[in-house]
Structure formats: structure tokens, C-alpha cells
Design a protein around this ligand. Structure first.
Ligand SMILES: NC(=O)c1ccc[n+]([C@@H]2O[C@H](COP(=O)([O-])OP(=O)(O)OC[C@H]3O[C@@H](n4cnc5c(N)ncnc54)[C@H](OP(=O)(O)O)[C@@H]3O)[C@@H](O)[C@H]2O)c1
Length: 200
């Protein structure tokens, strides 16, 4: 993202970190599982047409085979798999003609890469997200919209208890590079943070 780009940050509650990067606008009370709060938040875009939509929100809760918690599993499906579809639907009228839509998914949603099991709710919901993303990419391609799924790396954030290989700024820089270089012919792919394709 270059300095001239204007960022509209939609979130539930703005963190100090978000405020410190000084986006053009911060729109709070935006819950990706609630279409009413989404519609209210989107009014602040007015007549803006966005070039990029980056869906970041996600939820990781421990659900194991022996401790299979249905309500936790469903909550992760709501945020990780259904939320991104609602987000893309809601933002569609505000996207520029040849815009790019990027949804943060996870390697843990890859069936081929799964060699350890565990994390049932997270893995299952991210796999479902990958399928939803691929479907949306096919439907939006004729409208000139690029949509792909992106694994942001193993990043030191709240989600990982600040364990990881890279920090959020490094991940964000790598993501911006990938989003800048990918185009309609890459739509429907599942990319790793180094720009290579991941297996479903
Ligand atoms: N960190 C990693 O190593 C890693 C690896 C692979 C994939 N990812 C993916 O990358 C994305 C970002 O992860 P992260 O590490 O930054 O996670 P994080 O530190 O846990 O942050 C998750 C964000 O999602 C928001 N969120 C959760 N539920 C929401 C909802 N219903 N509506 C709106 N926002 C909601 C949270 O908002 P609140 O602050 O309001 O709770 C929080 O800002 C996620 O999709 C994650 O699955 C991360």
C-alpha cells in the first residue's frame, strides 16, 4: 500500500495499535457475524469506491477430538467461514470496478497440509472458508473482481499468544506486495505469505 492510499478500518473495538497507524477512518461496532451492524458501519463509506477489501477477522478456539465442543465449533464457523461471505456481500456495492478482495485464511485449513490433526473448529471452518472463497471468486470473475485466499504466515499476534516467525508489520508488508502483484488470472487461488500457491 502506498502513502496515497486511504485505509478505512472496520472493527468491533479499535485497539491502540490500530489507532497508531492512523487510517483515514476507523469504523467501530462492526461485527462480521451481524449484518445489521455491518450495514450501519458501511454507511460511513458514503460514495467511496474501494480498490482493495481485506478481510482479516478470525477466531481460534481449542476444539479437540476428545473435547469436541459443538458451540465453540459453530462460533468458529460463524466468524471464520460465514463472516467473510457476509463481508464480501455487504462491501460489494462499495468496490471499484476492478477491485481485489483478499480473505485471510490459514494453512491449518489445508487438507493436504494436515499431518497432525487437532484444532477441529479452526481447521474445519477455514477449509469451509476456502471453499466459499473459491465459489465467490468464480462468481465475481465475470464482474472483473479478483478474489483470493491468503495465509498470512505464523504471526506474533494475540491469536498465537505472540509466538510466531514474523511480526504483524512484516506480514502486512508481504501481504501488500502479494496483493499488488496478483491480478484476475490469480483469482480463486490459495496463497502463502511468500506468494507461492498452497494446496487445498
Ligand atoms: N497469527 C497467525 O499466525 C495466523 C496464521 C494463519 C492465519 N491467521 C489468520 O489471520 C487473521 C488475523 O489473525 P490474528 O493473528 O491477527 O488474530 P487475532 O490477533 O486473534 O485477531 C483477530 C481479530 O479478529 C477480530 N474478530 C473476531 N471476531 C470478530 C467478529 N465477529 N467481528 C469482527 N471482528 C472479529 C478480533 O476483534 P476483537 O479485537 O474485537 O476481538 C481481532 O481483531 C485471522 O483470520 C486468522 O485466522 C493468523
Amino acid at each position: 500500500m502506498q502513502a496515497r492510499h486511504q485505509v478505512f478500518a472496520f472493527c468491533r473495538n479499535a485497539s491502540q495499535d490500530l489507532r497508531s497507524v492512523r487510517p483515514k477512518s476507523i469504523i467501530e461496532n462492526f461485527d462480521v457475524t451481524n449484518q445489521i451492524t455491518m450495514r450501519v458501519g458501511l454507511r460511513s463509506l458514503d460514495s467511496a469506491k474501494l480498490d482493495w477489501l481485506i478481510h482479516v477477522s478470525g477466531l481460534l478456539r481449542p476444539v479437540t477430538f476428545s473435547r469436541f465442543n459443538q458451540s465453540s465449533l459453530l462460533e468458529q464457523f460463524q466468524v471464520n467461514a460465514i463472516g467473510p461471505v457476509l463481508t464480501v456481500q455487504a462491501f460489494l456495492p462499495y468496490l471499484a470496478q476492478r477491485s481485489k478482495i483478499v480473505i485471510l485464511t490459514s494453512k491449518l485449513g489445508s487438507i493436504k497440509e494436515n499431518v497432525s490433526g487437532g484444532s477441529y473448529g479452526y481447521r474445519m471452518s477455514k477449509s469451509a472458508l476456502n471453499m466459499a472463497g473459491k465459489s465467490m471468486s468464480e462468481e465475481l470473475r465475470p464482474r472483473g473482481k479478483t478474489l483470493f485466499l491468503l495465509h498470512p504466515g505464523f504471526v506474533k499476534t494475540d491469536m498465537t499468544g505472540f509466538r510466531g516467525n514474523i511480526n504483524p508489520a512484516e506480514s502486512a508488508r508481504a501481504m501488500i506486495k502479494i496483493i499488488s502483484t496478483k491480478s484476475l488470472r490469480d483469482s480463486g487461488s490459495f496463497f502463502n505469505i511468500d506468494g507461492t500457491k498452497l494446496p487445498w
